[in-house]
Design a protein around this ligand. Structure first.
Ligand code: NPW
Ligand code: ADP
Ligand code: K
Length: 469
């Protein structure tokens, strides 16, 4: 089987898209049984690596996820592991029945399983549509509790694949989750993603699905050209408001994310301005300066009428702009000019934007981000533990879960400054949002525990170092 490209392996599919992709493979001459063998053996290899030579219990349900379980069990048996299958239900698909027929090892009752090394969950995968009935829920949790390591295959049982919603309360936590064929939305959506442990993907030759979401990846960022100068590298204009301290945090990050020149327009020059940051009190001159390649407005802006007028003047300049914090609450449809913009709302700011732009606020986070991007014609970075980026052309990028230590005041200002610096450098809203979000997440990882927003802003430089072409 040829290895899929990185672009194909980074797509994130709904259940319907996955089924369509599977149909394409079948139409091209691959059998369901062959796909199941490829998926099961690939997953079996991950199980073998975790188990070492240890003992394994595989729980098999009625569908094709159960079928994968029978393949995994046989793969481990062939490799000399002590393996046993608990059959929760008889296989109900032909491919699962065929996989079971090829298994030559032990089948035991759930009650007979004592403490063992690795538990493999093949009860249900992406086909689960309703909560687990009590008997299967008890079996799943009981077995999971009697094993040192727990591996979920494709999608953990009890999780809705398209949303990441838990259909039962108190589901097990996993050591590893092995996605089959393609990532599913549950792998990146709360609450499911928080319980999945490490995640790995098994390639079974799925091809590109038009319109699919994709996973945020480490960007490739070029060093400045040999003949670069500070303006050509990108000049970022920061529009400060009533509380310029928040803007200073954004500036601290922006200075380390690639822009060549940073200027802040503030009514009063704030204390503690780093010497690299040029401060002006003439906001109109800064907005009219043709060398300014991007603007950032929002951090510390305030929500007064004067702040709203300043926002309107800023957007009227028609430059690529990052709109964050208070500016998101003040934003109205008439203020947008069609220039490339990035909006960076958290949940509360998203609700305010939905009201301002006449949106229902219904649906999954990614759907709400998509609706907002369409209505504003801007790139929307909907922040939280499961941040998503939506583009006005229907683009959707989901982010692997970042450090929960980011839940500290000021990290949003750092994100806005990082994205704005990238926007000043490359002028492309979606690309800048992706680069900025990745740098922010990586900076948090590098900082470890209990960092301040200021320390995070400094770590953006170390994150950037990892992206150089
Ligand atoms: N697509 C691909 O390319 C590949 C897919 N592969 C694998 O297939 C998996 C998807 O398989 P799947 O569609 O058979 O779904 P799965 O999750 O095994 O179970 C569905 C069955 O469970 C039943 N059922 C549902 N809810 C229930 C409940 N609460 N309680 C009780 N029963 C319930 C439901 O019955 P029904 O709702 O029809 O009554 C149906 O019979 C996927 O995750 C991956 O592992 C790989 O092999 C390689 C290639
Ligand atoms: N539990 C969490 N896990 C991962 N990232 C988080 C978590 N909580 C917050 N974040 C991230 O931290 C940042 C917080 O931004 P924001 O809510 O604007 O805070 P502030 O206004 O204090 O700067 C966002 O990038 C968000 O995605
Ligand atoms: K599973």
């Amino acid at each position: 089987m040829p290895r899929s490209s990185d672009a194909v392996l980074s797509q994130v599919l709904t259940v319907a898209q996955m089924r369509a992709a599977e149909e394409d493979l079948i139409a091209a001459g691959t059998s369901v049984d062959a796909l199941m063998q490829a998926a099961g053996r690939g997953a079996g290899e991950w199980v073998r690596r975790i188990a070492g030579g240890g003992s394994v219990t595989v729980l098999c349900g009625p569908g094709n996820n159960g079928g994968d379980g029978w393949v995994i069990a046989e793969y481990l048996r062939e490799h000399g592991n002590s393996v046993q299958v608990v059959q929760a239900r008889e296989p109900a698909t032909e491919a699962a029945r065929n996989a079971k027929a090829l298994y030559g090892g032990a089948v035991v009752s759930a009650d007979s399983v004592t403490t063992r090394d690795v538990f493999v969950d093949c009860l249900f995968g992406s086909g689960l549509t309703r909560a687990l009935p009590d008997d299967l829920y008890d079996m799943l949790c009981g077995l999971a509790g009697r094993h040192r390591h727990r591996i979920a295959i494709d999608v953990p049982s009890g999780i809705d694949s398209d949303s990441g919603v838990a259909l039962n309360a108190d589901l097990p936590h996993w050591t590893l989750t092995v996605a089959l064929g393609a990532w599913k939305h549950a792998h990146f959506a709360m609450p499911a993603c928080a319980a999945m442990g490490a995640t790995r993907l098994v390639d079974i030759g799925v091809t590109a699905v038009p319109g699919a979401a994709r996973v945020l990846h480490r960007p490739r960022i070029p060093a400045p050209a040999a003949d670069a100068h500070k303006y050509r590298r990108g000049m970022l204009g920061l529009v400060a408001g009533e509380m310029p301290g928040a803007g200073l945090l954004s500036a601290t990050a922006a200075l380390r994310a690639g822009a060549g020149y940073l200027k802040m327009a503030a009514k009063l020059a704030p204390a503690g301005v780093p010497p690299e940051l040029v401060v002006t009190t003439d906001v109109d001159a800064m907005l009219a300066d043709a060398r300014v390649s991007a603007l950032l407005v929002g951090p510390g802006l305030g929500r007064s009428d004067e702040a709203a007028r300043l926002l309107a003047r800023t957007l009227h300049a028609g430059r690529p702009t990052v709109i964050d914090a208070d500016a998101l609450v003040l934003l109205r449809p008439a203020m947008l000019t069609g220039a490339p913009c990035v909006l960076t709302p958290h949940e509360g700011e998203t609700a305010a934007l939905e009201r301002a732009f006449g949106l229902s606020g219904q649906g999954l986070r990614r759907e709400r981000a998509g609706a907002l991007a369409e209505a504003t014609r801007a790139v929307v970075v909907l922040k939280g533990p499961d941040t998503v980026i939506a583009g006005p052309g229907g683009e959707m990028v989901v982010s692997p879960r970042a450090s929960s230590w980011l839940s500290v005041a000021g990290t949003g200002d750092v994100l806005a400054g990082t994205i704005a610096s990238r926007l000043a450098t490359n002028g492309q809203a979606l690309r800048a949002a992706e680069e900025g979000l990745w740098l922010h997440g990586e900076a948090a990882r590098l900082c470890g525990p209990a960092f301040t927003a200021g320390e995070l802003a400094h770590a953006v430089q170390a994150a950037l170092k990892e992206c150089l072409e």
